[in-house]
Each structure stands twice: as structure tokens, then as C-alpha cells.
Design a protein around this ligand. Structure first.
Ligand SMILES: NC(=O)c1ccc[n+]([C@@H]2O[C@H](COP(=O)([O-])OP(=O)(O)OC[C@H]3O[C@@H](n4cnc5c(N)ncnc54)[C@H](O)[C@@H]3O)[C@@H](O)[C@H]2O)c1
Length: 430
């Protein structure tokens, strides 16, 4: 079968020209004061992009770990002459700096409170995905955005990516036919990671602040930096870390918001490891008009299947695969028809579309229009991950009333919509 390529020029490195169409048009752009909360890997990716766009002056950096702040400052000094003040406590940063924009790139258990506090203080917020750690936190964030009328952009950069937009257009124009089943996957190899014994937190890390509203966990060097995603106190497993990107695409394509029933199962290879997220997991979501599946495993990622990541849309005219570094591909059912393909439009090295999302964020602030990854739809995409984790923990399916954001006569499941915060932190009010 011949392959027809719609090749879009790929930004192989750095930022592609045209990544900031709004901003480039407006030559001498206003500079917004910006502060970053969570100065780790992804936070610095966002801040670097914001600086490259010419739209910000960095006034503050905040991290619970002084070592991370030192690294961030070093990087800042290479990028700009801005001299941000450094903070360990995000509340002080917001109060002292009164930034116009706050970027929240902390681990997931620390998304809700800084976002809501920043909105309250009048800031626009770019908060990372998944929106929250429990469903009622996300609900409170949606309510706070409505109350304080600031813009929230969620870091679901695939919602602003040219190749993803083109893929969704392909699907909604009916080229794949009628679609009743979708399936998202990620398979990768994880077991080269060796367990490490618990240890004292490194000097400079305020572990109490890091744990914040979660339990005060014993520190394990595997947890930080970056490793929080493997621990249920701080995150919700691969289905929340990766799945939320693909759930967002499903909701975008279908224009549906909530599944009606959810079932998820999975497990772990070695219970004695410190990390506690599922090593494999499947989930089934029944929507009004289609069925969605999730499947991940942290083994067998090495090319045993043609695509190891992405979301498949199974249509009456063929199968559409929305991928990551492999772009998207349509495999027609008709053997005489040609495959269609579009390369990715990602920025490297981390394969992301933050420039487009940042550009869209600034557009939303300046025009009052809805941002591409707005808080409400991103909350619904996050809910799919969190609902699946609830089912995984319960060991059974349950019904969901999305309009009420409540389980259906299910007090046991309902309890999992929020969790008890460790004092002095208080669960955000609705
Ligand atoms: N959109 C994407 O594609 C994408 C990709 C990677 C990560 N992320 C998201 O970005 C977030 C951060 O992930 P990461 O990989 O950069 O992790 P990371 O560990 O590299 O960075 C998180 C930082 O937050 C700091 N932190 C913890 N508690 C804090 C607090 N109370 N106040 C201030 N700082 C605090 C940590 O010390 C750490 O430096 C996560 O929510 C993750 O899901 C999104």
C-alpha cells in the first residue's frame, strides 16, 4: 500500500518560526510579570518558552527545593537579564510579587491550592495537567476561575498542536466514517529502574512543604525530582500522567464531557517496590455515543506493536491513529484506498507544543476569548483518569452523573472524590 504523506515542516530543534503567531504580529509586545511555582523539568520548559515569546518579565521563582531553584536561576541567567526573586513558599511569592501571570508546574497534589490562591490574587494561571489530584479539587478550580474571572490555561499542549488540530478535523469531517469505539494506549519499558532505599531528604529540600496536603511520606530518592508521578500520594499513575492527553483528544473529537459508567483494573509486578502506581491498567468508559478504552503497561514497549502510544479511533471507513512523535495516520478499510499521514509538529527535545499553547494563552488574556485548554474541558479530561483510578481502587465499576459531578447512589465511591488534607492545608471549598 502506498503511503501519502502530508508533510508539515517539523521543528526539529528549538522553536519553529511561526510558533507564536499572535505575538509575532504584535511586534513590541507588552511584557507581563510572570512567576513560576515548581521550577523543575516542565516548569522550566514553560518558562523558557514564555521568555522566548518576548511576552514576560520573570519576577519570581518558587520551589520547595533550593537545589532546583539554584539550577533554575542558572538557566534563567543564560536566557534573560531578568532578576527574579526566589521563594520557598508560593503564598509569599504571590503576596510579594503580585505577578500578572503565575505558572504552576508542581507535582499534581500541589496544583489546586496555588492555582486558586493565584486566581484570588488576580493572576492569570497556566497550570500543568492533570488539573488536579482529586475530582473535587478540579471542581473547585473551575468554580474559582468563574468567580475571579481570570484566564486559566491547562498544560494540555496537544490541544494547540497543529497536527492534533488537523487530526481532529479529519475525524470530525467524517473521513474515518462513523466512530463508536476509541482506544488510548501507552506501553513502555520501565523495569530498568532499580528500587532505592529510603533516605533523609537532601539538604535544601523542604520535604514537609513538598508533601504539603498529602501524607508526610518517608523520603525516597526515587521520588524527587520527577519521580512523584510513580506515587499515589502525589499523582494518579500513568493513566493521569499520560492518559489525560489522550482523553482530552477523545472529548475534543466527540464533544462529549462525561462517561456514564467506568470500570478499571490493573496491577503491579512486585509489591515490594517503593513506588505504588499500577504497572498495567485497563479502563472502559461508557459514553452516551461511544465506548472508550485505556490500556497501559510498563513492559513490552520495545517495538512489539506498530504504535506504542496514542489514541486509536475505529471508524466505519478505517482506523485513525493519533500519535505523538509518529504524527497521525489513517489506515483505510478499503484495500484500494491509500493511507493518509501527517507528521508531528512538535518542538524538541521534549516533543511538545508549549509555544502554541503559550501563544494561545496570551491571546485569551488579551481578547477575553476561551483558551484552547480551558479549565472546564481539561477538568473533564482529568476526571476520566481520576474516575478510572477510583474504580481501580474500589475493584469494581460505578456510575457517574457528570452533570452533577457525582457518583450515582454510591457512597463508597463518592468518598474518593476528595481526600483528607494534612493540616494546616485545607481542602479547597466548592
Ligand atoms: N504537559 C506535559 O506534557 C507535561 C510534561 C511533563 C510534566 N508535566 C507536569 O508538570 C508538573 C511537574 O512535573 P515535572 O516532571 O516537571 O516534575 P519535577 O519534579 O521536575 O518538578 C516539580 C517541582 O515542583 C517542586 N515542588 C514541589 N512542591 C512544591 C511546592 N509546594 N511549592 C513549590 N514547588 C514545589 C519540586 O521540588 C520540583 O522541583 C506535573 O504536574 C506534570 O504532570 C506536564
Amino acid at each position: 500500500m502506498q503511503r501519502r504523506d502530508f508533510i508539515i515542516k517539523t521543528a526539529a530543534s528549538g522553536l519553529a518560526a511561526g510558533a507564536f503567531p499572535n505575538i509575532v504580529l504584535a511586534k513590541k509586545h507588552k511584557k507581563y510579570s510572570v512567576a513560576l511555582i515548581g521550577a523543575g523539568w516542565w516548569g522550566m520548559n514553560i518558562l523558557t518558552t514564555a521568555i522566548a515569546s518576548g511576552t514576560v518579565k520573570t519576577v519570581g521563582l518558587c520551589d520547595a527545593d533550593q537545589n532546583q531553584l539554584d539550577l533554575a536561576l542558572e538557566k534563567m541567567n543564560e536566557l534573560t537579564s531578568d532578576k527574579p526573586n526566589l521563594y520557598n513558599d508560593y503564598r509569599e511569592l504571590i503576596q510579594q510579587e503580585k505577578p500578572e501571570i503565575v505558572i504552576v508546574a508542581t507535582p499534581d497534589h500541589w496544583h489546586a491550592l496555588p492555582t486558586i490562591d493565584a486566581l484570588k490574587a488576580g493572576c492569570h494561571v497556566y497550570v500543568e495537567k492533570p488539573v488536579a489530584h482529586t475530582i473535587n479539587e478540579g471542581k473547585a478550580m473551575v468554580a474559582a476561575q468563574k468567580k475571579y474571572e481570570r484566564v486559566i490555561q491547562v498544560g494540555l499542549h496537544r490541544h494547540a498542536a497543529p497536527h492534533n488540530k488537523a487530526g481532529i478535523n479529519f475525524l470530525t469531517s467524517g473521513k474515518a466514517g462513523e466512530i463508536k469505539m476509541v482506544r488510548a494506549i501507552i506501553h513502555y519499558n520501565f523495569f530498568d529502574r532499580k528500587p532505592k532505599p529510603n533516605a533523609d531528604p537532601p539538604k535544601g529540600l523542604d520535604w514537609d512543604m513538598y508533601c504539603g496536603p498529602s501524607k508526610l511520606m518517608d523520603f525516597n530518592p526515587d521520588m524527587h525530582p520527577k519521580g512523584f508521578r510513580n506515587y499515589l500520594e502525589f499523582a494518579n499513575g500513568t493513566i493521569a500522567d499520560w492518559g489525560v492527553h489522550w482523553f482530552d483528544q477523545m472529548l475534543w473529537w466527540s464533544e462529549e464531557k462525561h462517561p456514564k459508567t467506568i470500570y478499571s483494573t490493573g496491577g503491579r509486578f512486585h509489591e515490594d517496590r517503593v513506588a505504588d502506581i499500577p504497572d498495567w491498567q485497563t479502563a472502559t468508559f461508557e459514553f452516551e455515543n461511544f465506548t472508550a478504552e485505556w490500556e497501559h503497561r510498563r513492559i513490552g514497549g520495545g517495538g512489539s506493536e506498530k504504535h506504542n502510544i496514542g489514541v486509536y479511533f475505529y471508524g466505519t471507513k478505517g482506523t485513525f491513529h493519533m500519535g505523538w512523535q509518529d504524527g497521525w495516520t489513517f489506515y483505510p478499510s478499503n484495500k484500494n484506498a491509500r493511507e493518509e499521514h501527517m507528521n508531528h509538529t512538535l518542538h524538541q527535545p521534549d516533543g511538545q507544543n508549549i509555544p502554541e499553547l503559550w501563544d494561545d494563552f496570551i491571546r485569551a488574556i488579551e481578547t477575553g476569548s476561551k483558551p484552547a485548554a480551558d479549565i472546564e474541558n481539561s477538568h473533564y479530561a482529568t476526571n476520566m483518569s481520576l474516575l478510572a483510578m477510583m474504580s481501580y481502587k474500589l475493584g469494581r465499576s460505578f456510575k457517574w452523573d457528570g452533570t452533577k459531578q457525582s457518583t450515582v447512589n454510591d457512597p463508597e465511591a463518592e468518598k474518593l472524590l476528595q481526600r483528607v488534607y494534612r493540616a494546616p492545608w485545607e481542602y479547597p471549598g466548592l
